[in-house]
Each structure stands twice: as structure tokens, then as C-alpha cells.
Design a binder for this molecule. Structure first.
Ligand SMILES: *Cc1c(COP(=O)(O)O)cnc(C)c1O
Length: 394
């Protein structure tokens, strides 16, 4: 293993040591099925309900409104498909945005094939939706508004409370994919008029494969997974107790540390952003300058390829992410960067560095020290850079 500096926390986070220690007894000693009657099973049941409380507290919900799932993608699927399935309207319409995670976008596309109409809202150059466009998109048959809390690529935070107000005024359910926001920014489902909210453990220092959905009491939504009566019949399947315990613990820590972490990460992030913009010509910040996640830095460099940038950073032990979706086997640039108006070439030359509690100022300094030469090296090999230099010289 050569990675020494991990700056891809929006992709996943390492399990926190305190979380791991809290989980271990639920593999070794308290392995009982939470539905059984004997003592060790009761320990599982107790841990399950305690974790539900911990998660609820982080977003201002009641514990009975939290349902554990197998991750953010499942919660997103459940929100969209569950609400559409539960609605008895003849024609159904949902409103979402062009910059959602694929767990929302691909579910919306699936629903379109099933006859549901979908409006995909535009975003401005910073990645924010227009409240006016949202309100204008509402129809009598609209059953759901789904707008992500914070974007996973560019970190932009949406005006969630205002969106919630509009949804409430029109009597429409409001879902938010808050996978990137939970534990990083304050969330209050009541104050923000959120009816459904998706979250995921592994973006928060808990293991992969555990998530939750908040469902406001009284919201009409069908289950996605049928079987046993777990999670008050909303989500069948023997509960993933170690995962759930871990997610509860991670939520508790995130709540306790939020103020301190916001200060630390905002400082590191801004040092990173300003250092890059000042020292590397033809670079630009993607996303909103102020309304953005504390740990998100996303920069485009003209005249280079993001993928090659990642490989050179990796050679220095730095793990980061780029704006081209090559990981998915396609050469399409990120739909998010396209939606904020970037040209193909610029979108391809982007770099996402996402920070969390384990990152240090020394790591930021190291990246700031290495990056200018890496970008220059790639530009020196780039035919488009050569063309640019020629056009400047004449
Ligand atoms: C990671 C992520 C998801 C998917 O969560 P999983 O737990 O990996 O399924 C959904 N939405 C956003 C915004 C994400 O960042």
C-alpha cells in the first residue's frame, strides 16, 4: 500500500477507530438475531434501537422515523420508487435536478420508462437550482421533489430550507439525498421541511453497506424489499447490527465534532483552493465559493487530462478523484461539471480533493508543493497546451 495521503473522502471514508471498537463485540459476542427472544438477541435489539436514536438526533428526527437500509443507493431508490408506488394518482410526475448522484438519476430514468414524468432542474454556474424554476415545474400530478442536499463532486449546498418550504406550500413530499451532507453540516428535518432523507454510513466513518432513510411520520411510501417484518415492515431482512451500531456511533461522533471539524476543514479547504488558484495558471474553482461542503475542493485545469493527473498524484501517494467518469468505463465527462457549464475539455481536466478529520495541514502543504509541477509536466506533453502557447506568442 503506497497511499499516504487520502483526499478522496467523498468517495468513501476509512472506518473510524472508535467506530470499529464499538462494532467488534457485535461480531464476537452479541451476534444474535434482533428478532429472537434470548439474552444475546436482546443485546442486538437494544443496540439497534440505541443506534436509531443516535442517527435520529443528528438530523433532528424522531427515532421511529429512521429506517436502516443497505446504503445511500438503496435509500435513494426507496424514496423515489416507494413514493411513486404508494401514490394513487393516475399520472405521476417527479421533480429532481441534473446534478444528482446516479442512484437518483438512474432511478428516475427507470421510472420514466414506467410512464412517470420527470423534470430535471437546471443549475447555475455554481451548481445551485433556481427556486423559481422549481416552483414553475410543479404540476397537479407532482408526487415528489427530490433535490440533493450537497453535491458529491463540487460540494455545492442547495437552499434546502427554501425548497422544503415550496414543497410544503404545495403539499408535495420533499426528499433530499443528504449522503454528503449528514454529519458535515447542520441538518434539522423539521426546520427544513424535509419529508424523506437519504444517508450512508461509509461517507461518515462507518462501514460500507449500511445506510438509513428518514421518513417523516405519515408520509405515504411503499417498501422496496419485501420479506420479514423488520424496520416496522418498511425494510425486510435481518438487521445488519454491526453496521447499524457503527452508523449510530459515527453519527454521534459527527454531531459532537461538527463545529470543530467545520472550522478545521474549512481552513484546510480554503488553503488548498487558494494555494492552487494562486500558483497554477489556467485553473478555476468548481462549485459555490461559500455554499459548499467544508471538505470539498474541486478545481479544473485547462489543457490537461484529469485521469493522468490522478496517476501522477498517486505516484506521490496522494489519493484523489477527477471529473471524468472513466472509473465507470465511459469517457463522458461528469454530468455535474457539464451542468454547471464547463466545456468537455475543462471538465476532463478537473481534480476533486475531499478532506475529512484525518487530514492535516502538512498533507495540504505537500499537495500544494507537488501539484504545480505535476500540472506543468502534463501540459508540456499536451498538444492543446502547445497550440495555446503558439496562439499566445503570435
Ligand atoms: C455515495 C453517495 C450515494 C450512494 O451511497 P452508497 O452508500 O455508496 O450506496 C448516494 N448519493 C450521494 C450524494 C453519494 O455521495
Amino acid at each position: 500500500m503506497t497511499t499516504r495521503i487520502y483526499m478522496d473522502n467523498a468517495a468513501t471514508t476509512p472506518v473510524r477507530e472508535e467506530v470499529l471498537q464499538t462494532i467488534l463485540p457485535y461480531f464476537r459476542e452479541y451476534y444474535g438475531n434482533a428478532s429472537s427472544v434470548y439474552a444475546i438477541a436482546k443485546e442486538s435489539k437494544k443496540a439497534l434501537e440505541y443506534a436509531r436514536k443516535q442517527v435520529a438526533e443528528l438530523i433532528g428526527a424522531n427515532p421511529e422515523e429512521i429506517y436502516f437500509t443497505a446504503g445511500g443507493s438503496e435509500s435513494d431508490n426507496m424514496a423515489l420508487r416507494g413514493v411513486v408506488n404508494a401514490s394513487n394518482k393516475e399520472k405521476k410526475h417527479i421533480i429532481t435536478t441534473k446534478i444528482e448522484h446516479h442512484a437518483i438519476l438512474h432511478t428516475a430514468e427507470y421510472l420514466e420508462k414506467k410512464g412517470v414524468e420527470v423534470t430535471y432542474l437546471n443549475v447555475d454556474e455554481f451548481g445551485r437550482i433556481s427556486l423559481e424554476e422549481l416552483e414553475n415545474a410543479i404540476r397537479p400530478e407532482t408526487v415528489l421533489i427530490s433535490v440533493m442536499f450537497a453535491n458529491n463532486e463540487i460540494g455545492t449546498i442547495q437552499p434546502v430550507r427554501e425548497i422544503g418550504e415550496i414543497a410544503k406550500k404545495h403539499g408535495i413530499l420533499f426528499h433530499t439525498d443528504a449522503v454528503q451532507a449528514v454529519g458535515h453540516v447542520p441538518i434539522d428535518v423539521d426546520n427544513m421541511n424535509i419529508d424523506l432523507l437519504s444517508m450512508s454510513g461509509h461517507k461518515l466513518g462507518a462501514p460500507k453497506g449500511i445506510g438509513a432513510i428518514y421518513i417523516r411520520k405519515g408520509s405515504r411510501i411503499s417498501p422496496l424489499i419485501f420479506g420479514g417484518a423488520q424496520e416496522r415492515k418498511q425494510r425486510a431482512g435481518t438487521e445488519n447490527i454491526p453496521g447499524i451500531v457503527g452508523m449510530g456511533k459515527a453519527a454521534e461522533i459527527a454531531g459532537q465534532e461538527m463545529e470543530e471539524m467545520t472550522k478545521k476543514l474549512t481552513g484546510l479547504r480554503d488553503k488548498l483552493i487558494n494555494g492552487i488558484l494562486e500558483n497554477i495558471p489556467h485553473s478555476r474553482l468548481n462549485g459555490h465559493p461559500a455554499e459548499r461542503l467544508p471538505g470539498n475542493c474541486n478545481i479544473s485545469f485547462s489543457y490537461i487530462e484529469g485521469e493522468s493527473l490522478l496517476l501522477l498524484l498517486d505516484a506521490f501517494g496522494v489519493a484523489a478523484s477527477s471529473g471524468s467518469a472513466c472509473t465507470s468505463g465511459s469517457l463522458d465527462p461528469s454530468h455535474v461539471l457539464m451542468a454547471i457549464g464547463l466545456k468537455h475539455e475543462t471538465a476532463h481536466g478537473s481534480l476533486r480533493l475531499t478532506l475529512d478529520h484525518q487530514n492535516t495541514e502538512e498533507e495540504v502543504d505537500f499537495v500544494l508543493e507537488k501539484l504545480p509541477a505535476i500540472v506543468q509536466r502534463l501540459r508540456d506533453m499536451s498538444p492543446v497546451w502547445e497550440d495555446y502557447l503558439k496562439s499566445e506568442n503570435k
